[in-house]
Structures are given as C-alpha cells and as structure tokens.
Design a protein. Structure first.
Length: 147
C-alpha cells in the first residue's frame, strides 16, 4: 500500500491511496485511516480483485450475508466513506460494483478483497467530523450528521 497527500487546504486533505497485488482492501483502508487520523472522508476508486467478498444486509434477519466471488473481477465502481464509530475509531463503509469476464456485474458492501493488480483510491477528507451512532431499528452504526 502506498499513499500520497495530493492537496491540503483549510482542514480538508485529499490523498491518493494505491493498493498493490496481494493487499487486502478493507484492512489496508482501515490502516491508512488510522495512520493518517482520517475521521470523516469520501472514498472513490477503481481497480481489480483476484477474489472479493460482497456483503448484503438482510433486512429481515438484521445481519450481513456474504457472497464470495472467487475469480478475477474488475472494480467498475467503488464509493464509500469514513466516519467515526461509536468507539471513536475510524469506520470504513464501502459499496462497490464488480464486473466479471462475461460482462455480468455483482454489487454489495466490501467485506474483504484481494487486490490484483491494483486498487486506486482517492480519499477526500472533510473538515467536519462525522460520527456513527447505533440505530435501534437495524442494529447498525449509521452516520448521524450534527445539526
């Protein structure tokens, strides 16, 4: 994993974060956020995985189900955010669409992903801090904007 600060102005930073073959995506993003004290940010990116676990939130069961994709896929779209979890640690939440060889697509939350050959991300920090609060209905930690 490599990163570079691209821009900084009035409390807002923009980073390029590049993961390489063999890097695990979620743990790398979490490590980056902790090391750089990123507590509120938007994430966008493209790249590819040799294997990825997509998560789907089952509303009735109130839990995530896993869809394992054990083949080379292209990351057609990756969007996410960083916010502070109730514990005060950075919480990473990423949605993505991956494309298979035959052109079909799969989508969901990023569980784990083995990068091959690269995952190129832009992380744009916000000067305002976002905090997640546990939602009583779903049991999920959801962003609660300050008013």
């Amino acid at each position: 994993m490599q990163h570079q600060l691209l821009h900084e102005n009035n409390g807002q930073r923009t980073f390029a974060l590049v993961l390489q073959t063999g890097d695990e995506a979620m743990s790398s993003i979490e490590q980056f956020a902790k090391q750089n004290r990123v507590s509120a940010a938007q994430i966008g990116g493209i790249g590819a995985f040799s294997a990825v676990t997509l998560k789907y939130f089952d509303w009735e069961q109130k839990r995530y189900l896993s869809n394992e994709v054990n083949e080379q896929v292209e990351v057609a779209s990756l969007l996410g955010d960083v916010a502070l979890a109730p514990s005060g640690e950075p919480s990473i939440h990423v949605h993505l669409v991956v494309g298979r060889r035959d052109g079909s697509a799969m989508a969901g939350h990023l569980g784990t992903g083995q990068v091959r050959p690269t995952l190129e991300l832009v992380v744009t920090e916000s000067p305002a801090h976002l905090r997640k609060v546990k939602d009583a209905t779903t049991g999920l930690a959801l962003i609660e904007p300050k008013t």
